[in-house]
Design a protein around this ligand. Structure first.
Ligand code: ADP
Ligand code: MG
Length: 253
């Protein structure tokens, strides 16, 4: 893509469920190297937007480009292989496997054959390379010492960080996080926030859906605010705090 091209560009995205426009004519850009927050009240269309971008659901109409490639109708596996990785709103870990094994899953998922087939058929050399990469990512997020412990024994805050490590194994250029701080204690939120800022500084671009306004306002470079499927506002945290429509619709002040 030409210099200055957004990493992700959403143009007039529409997603209809029957008569409901869950995402209604939304456009925004995400530039390489930034953290963009997607916020809005319950039912605003944030998760639907996330699913359009990651290929879980195709858009009814509109264009979505990632690294200059049109992905509006591409499937989730194709989009993942293009360099997009996500975490889910609810913890998706295998509690009886080690941190290392859970992290390696992020690499199997990138293989064309699909998760379980890949686990069975990976060559020894590939397996070793993946293990090496998984350890590297666990160390990167600060969980290297616990690589051989069971994921189920971790506190929730560490499980969320483990999910980030698993996403990083695919070496994504864009990391999407769906409410990563939900249910975390204050200290755990601080730790997660510091990690995400560090990853941004290391070159990972991040799109985050998050309800915790304190965390979001102190973490992101820019925000897109949705309400009733539409984009209500877009700007820096300082601009969004001052925005009259946002204060009325969302912050309730
Ligand atoms: P948010 O994540 O902002 O809370 P969602 O994207 O989950 O909002 O939902 C937006 C609207 O779309 C809601 O009214 C929701 O009920 C509806 N919706 C979401 N997914 C579906 C679906 N698969 N089928 C029908 N309606 C849906
Ligand atoms: Mg949601």
């Amino acid at each position: 893509p030409a210099p200055g091209t957004p990493l992700l560009s959403v143009r007039n995205a529409l997603k209809q469920f029957g008569g409901l426009k869950a995402v209604n004519d939304v456009s925004f850009d995400l530039h390489a190297g930034e953290i963009l927050g997607l916020i809005g009240p319950n039912g605003a269309g944030k998760s639907t937007m996330f699913n359009l971008v990651t290929g879980v659901n195709p858009a009814t109409s509109g264009q979505i480009t990632f690294g200059g490639k049109e992905i509006g109708q591409a499937d989730a596996g194709t989009i993942h292989r293009l360099g997009m990785a996500r975490t889910f709103q609810h913890v998706h870990l295998l509690p009886d496997l080690t941190l290392l094994e859970n992290t390696m899953m992020g690499g199997y998922a990138r293989a064309k054959a699909g998760l379980f087939q890949s686990m069975l058929h990976l060559e020894r050399a590939e397996e070793a390379a993946l293990q090496h990469e998984a350890l590297k990512q666990l160390e990167r997020v600060g969980l290297g010492d616990q690589a051989f412990e069971l994921a189920g024994n971790l506190a929730l805050g560490q499980q969320r960080i483990l999910e980030v490590a698993r996403a990083l194994v695919a070496d994504p250029t864009l990391l999407l996080l769906d409410e990563p701080a939900a249910g975390l204690r204050y200290g755990e939120k601080q730790e997660l926030s510091a990690l995400l800022k560090r990853l941004r500084d290391e070159g990972v671009t991040i799109l985050i859906v998050e309800h915790d306004m304190d965390l979001v306002m102190n973490l992101v470079d820019r925000l897109v605010v949705m309400n009733y499927g539409q984009k209500l506002a877009e700007g820096t945290p300082a601009e969004i705090r001052q925005n009259k429509d946002v204060r009325e619709a969302y912050l309730g002040v």
